[in-house]
Design a protein around this ligand. Sequence first.
Ligand code: SF4
Ligand code: SF4
Length: 421
Amino acid sequence: MAKLKNLEDYREEIEHCVKCGACRAHCPVFVADKREGRVARGKIALANSVLQGEVDFEEKVLEDMSQCLLCGSCCAGCPNNVHTEEIVAATRRRIAEQQGLSTFGKGVAAVLGRPKLMNLLAKSGGKLSTILFKKLPEDSGLRLRFPAPYLEADRTLPPVTAKPFRERVPEIIPGEEGQPTVLFFTGCGINYMYPAVGEAFLKALKFLGVTVIIPKDQACCGLPAVSAGATKTVEKLAEQNLAAISRHKVDHIVTACASCNAGLGEIYAAMGDEFSDLSASTIDIFVFLANHGLPEKLAALPKADKPIKVTYHDPCHLRNRGITKEPRQILKALPQVEYVEMPDAATCCGLGGTYSVYHYETSKKIGARKAANIAESGAEMVATDCPGCIMQLQDNINHANGKQQPVHILELLAEALPEDI
Ligand code: SF4
Ligand code: SF4
């Protein structure tokens, strides 16, 4: 049985916080808001009080605990390696156990826990998109025509596809003999909002002759439910995915979404021994491509006369797992790309699961910093490795009246590969 860690499991780690405040400079929420309750040590002190039973779950406690992107930036700057993002997530679960989920959290749990309902909602949203949304200039996303709960009118959203990616492709796409077999864990972002990224994934693996299995019964990785504190939903989704994945014999489980990579590779790993193989086999697409000789193959392609300036945004969930080199390696090897590094590429874009839903104004402040850094790089495009980041980056850029286009690296890679592979 999948079992998430509870707050008690973090008692020792909580005690490792020496309240030095080194995390302040690393926390995007603190940098945006300058309030002590926003920073890691404040949240850890609060988590400790919850653990000791010293606080009631009054409004202030709930507010402070919701003020975290779960980005893990503070951990990178912490001398004692305290994982505040995990402690905050465990505290949210404790709060939800005692108080029940928030209204939005209940919605997240209800939808994610029922893949058929999710499919139905996505398809209806896709079909009704011209009624519900207005298109922004230069195809830079959609905005709601009418106000809706939890979605501000000035927020940019991507279109939802009327035909999810997994319904467009066969479950098994054979490759060449002697090449590996991988399972593509698509995640919801690619399945419902960015099917072109899924197509690009398949083109890249076809180029290498890799066999790809895309189980129809895979479900959401559960990360949005982690952010909402919905324990049972996360555990149920992990079990569902374990069952869907275990039916296939593959060399790797490949993700093209940072959150899915952290979900399967890290969060599931802590949920029970039965997840050990699944977690150990999980690999990010660019680590896989770099390990399988793609940069060398790309180097053989003719260079473009007028390359596009592209920068890279590090998704927090990959940066935390040490995956920063390979996405850049692939980008730099693309024949049509001139790579430029932006300042603070590893700073969060401001999405943070349910964070941007509850705290859109602060999320916009964090996003404004990201948009300014993208502009400073001089790039025409910002590439990344996470559908959620693409969505947020587009919103950030639109608020800053920027013209840069956010893309998944896979889309640029597919463009560079020969048409007839
Ligand atoms: S979380 Fe780490 S960096 Fe922040 S106050 Fe505690 S020990 Fe210091
Ligand atoms: S996880 Fe991110 S938002 Fe939360 S306290 Fe740490 S740095 Fe701040």
